[in-house]
Design a protein. Structure first.
Length: 397
């Protein structure tokens, strides 16, 4: 295999780009069974049997890896402790390390580098893991990603943005530097020396969720919009809210990074009810998501800018590399230290589309923690399983 990394390039050198999930499972299991199921699940996905290489020009590729480093261990650490312990330990993606699994007192914990896939991808991996644990045979899953050439034709960059890309690539060509995984090691040391994250997990019972759904339905909006209205209600200024979106073009259940995103600006109107504000938020979201140019502009940008220039965003954000030119680029792309961060960055996996029953095993609930992206202040993950909604907040302390 040899697949070029394009639209997912901004995640390659990011020092805080790990997705976390905690899975509570009913049914007695022993570590050896879990470890075996994990190994088989990893073996079934082509992307998890790859490694990442970077050529002399700065282009990066997924290529075959004979022996990968993804692992499953038993630990006495809880969910939040595992996130804190692992956040400063770099995933060796150049040696095929994309997932770390743990048997924890809090349940099964999976930490995945975003280059291994997005939130839905990790859910599909968990589904495969549970199927194997229950004794089922699983099929091999081929690699899929989202290159620029696969993006919808009506989402292409406008002439203005194409000119922007051309000019910045031309200016970069005169001072271009290709970054390596050794540079990434340095960035991790620099960044995590002075940083630590906090994870807050809130569980909403079936009754509470039912009440929230009823209120959002009565208002005529989505639950996500209603929650956003509640969260920004007391902000005295126009809130900048980012939303992760699924960029899949087909209903595939493969592992890959298909994440894209939109954002809206909205000032809560205290003269209106929560529901009325939520309706306005919902309209803004719907408008952005229904417009291919708005939905895929981030992926077009990432896939069109010189890959090594995209890499500078991560190093600038980590404080591990800086020039006047790359600093200005980071500011424009919202990675700079002085830009206004998004007030809320929301990833809602909605009602999980994986089964909860696997023979004698049952998933009771799942908690989902998105990465603490550098351009967000409050990173929020939402997922609903068995009529229980779990909302997490991931922030820097």
């Amino acid at each position: 295999m040899r697949y070029k990394i394009e639209t997912e390039r901004e995640n390659l050198f990011d020092v805080s780009i790990v997705i976390a999930m905690r899975v509570r499972v009913e049914g007695e299991v022993i570590f050896e069974q879990l470890e075996k199921a994990f190994s088989k699940a990893v073996a079934s996905y082509e992307i998890l049997n790859s490694k990442i290489v970077i050529d002399d020009n700065g282009d990066a590729y997924y290529v075959d890896c004979e022996k990968t480093l993804s692992s499953f261990k038993e630990t006495s650490l809880g969910f939040e402790e595992l996130i804190n312990t692992n956040e400063g330990i770099r995933f060796r993606v150049e040696e095929g390390e994309y997932i770390r699994g743990f048997l924890s007192p809090d349940g099964l914990v999976f930490l995945m580098h975003h280059m291994g896939g997005d939130g839905k991808s990790l859910l599909y991996f968990i589904e495969t893991f549970m199927n194997i644990l229950a004794g089922a045979e699983v099929q091999k899953v081929a690699f899929e990603n989202l290159p620029v050439s696969a993006l919808p034709k009506d989402s292409e960059l406008s002439c203005f943005y194409k000119l922007f890309v051309k000019l910045w690539n031309k200016r970069w060509s005169k001072q271009k530097r290709v970054f390596t995984f050794s540079d990434m090691d340095k960035a991790y040391r620099v960044f995590w020396k002075d940083h630590k994250t906090e994870t807050v997990v809130d569980e909403y019972s079936a009754d509470t969720l039912k009440e929230l759904l009823a209120k959002s339905k009565e208002a005529g909006c989505t639950l996500t919009s209603y929650l956003v209205a509640l969260w920004i209600k007391d902000m005295p200024y126009k809130a900048d809210v980012g939303f992760a979106a699924d960029g899949r073009l087909t209903a595939n259940r493969s592992m890959g990074n298909f994440a894209t995103g939109i954002h809206i600006d909205y000032k809560y109107n205290s003269k209106l009810s929560v529901g009325e504000n939520a309706v306005k938020i919902n309209k803004l979201m719907k408008k952005k998501l229904s417009d291919p140019k708005s939905k895929y502009i981030v992926l077009h940008f990432i896939g069109s800018i010189d890959p090594a220039l995209i890499d500078t965003l991560s190093f600038e954000a980590a404080g591990a590399y800086h020039t006047r030119f790359t600093g200005k680029f980071a500011d424009i792309m919202d990675y700079g230290p002085n830009v206004k961060k998004k007030d809320l960055s929301i990833s809602n996996l909605m009602k999980s589309d994986i089964r909860t029953e696997y023979g004698r095993f049952r998933i009771s609930d799942i908690a989902f923690v998105p990465p603490v992206v550098s351009y967000g202040k409050n990173i929020i993950g939402i997922i609903t399983v068995n009529d229980k909604m779990i909302v997490t907040r991931h922030i820097f302390q």
